[in-house]
Design a protein around this ligand. Structure first.
Ligand code: HEC
Length: 256
């Protein structure tokens, strides 16, 4: 008898577990937009005091980036950090107006104050999960497609594309910065999609092909379409213009 009650309760928790997406849609999305805005446009919008876009509040992507970077310890396992985010949200949502902000000064300055929102413990747990995962999902949805090295070799051979291996390490700040600020910019995406095929490698656990030695991260390893010739190996981050000019110079050296 007792067991059936336990099983029923368990079933209920599984079946009726709140989705963070639903909670957010109901309680937060009136003000926080789901639109994805490339970082370069957003920066300009804030320089213009939000006059270009007239946003009511920071977008969900902005919130997710900032929360992941600034709330709790991001070197913990994800469950650990989500727990810390939950704690932080609980305090924040009770009294947003008096809370120490995670937004930069010029961003915070363009918005009015956020009013307190009534949320239950379960809803906060779901929101923490949602906000933690959201940034990564956006990068996958709006970034360039990545392939395994074997897939890339086949595509490069067939379509005469240059293989670009992006070397990264978890928690490498420069790598995250490149992903958010450069690799998702429309012009960069267009250049990459036209002439390159991308592979992403975690240099902590994955080896580079053709006996290449790993550089510091982020780093970029370019291989000719035949899959046999190393064109260049470049270390460090660069802004959109610098990265586009790197791509152009590699392209010239390969197709010349
Ligand atoms: C009535 C509009 C409104 C609603 C509803 C709303 N927000 Fe906000 N929120 C804002 C505004 C405006 C800001 C920017 C000013 C600020 O930081 O207080 C903001 C800022 C934030 C921040 C950044 C806080 C900081 O300054 O560090 C977080 C996190 C956040 N909101 C989460 C949420 C969540 C989660 C919900 C739903 C439970 C929600 N908001 C609902 C308007 C709103």
């Amino acid at each position: 008898m007792k067991w059936s009650i336990v099983i029923l309760t368990l079933l209920q928790t599984v079946l009726f577990a709140l989705s963070g997406e639903t909670v957010f849609a109901k309680k937060c999305a009136v003000c926080h937009s789901h639109d994805y805005i490339p970082q370069s446009k957003l920066v300009v919008n804030y320089q213009h005091n939000n006059k270009d876009m007239n946003l009511t509040a920071p977008t969900v992507t902005e919130l997710s980036f900032r929360i992941k970077d600034q709330v709790g310890d991001r070197t913990l396992d994800p469950e650990g950090q989500k727990f810390e985010i939950e704690d932080w949200l609980t305090q924040f949502l009770k009294n947003p107006e008096a809370f120490k902000t995670i937004l930069p000064k010029n961003v915070r300055a363009v918005y009015g104050k956020m009013p307190p929102v009534d949320v239950s413990e379960e809803e906060i747990e779901a929101l923490a999960e949602y906000l933690y995962e959201y940034a990564e999902e956006m990068m996958v949805t709006h970034g360039v497609k990545r392939y395994t090295y074997e897939e890339a070799l086949a595509i490069a051979g067939k379509e005469r594309k240059i293989i670009l291996i992006e070397g990264y390490l978890p928690y490498c700040r420069g790598c995250i910065w490149m992903d958010r600020n450069v690799m998702v910019e429309p012009e960069v995406k267009a250049a990459l999609n036209r002439d390159f095929v991308l592979v992403k490698k975690n240099l902590l656990i994955e080896k580079l092909p053709l006996g290449m030695k790993r550089l510091g991260t982020p780093s970029f390893y370019f291989i000719a379409p035949d899959g046999k010739r190393i064109v260049d190996m470049v270390e460090g981050k660069g802004n959109k213009e610098e990265f586009l000019s790197l791509l152009a110079s590699i392209k010239e050296r390969v197709y010349r």
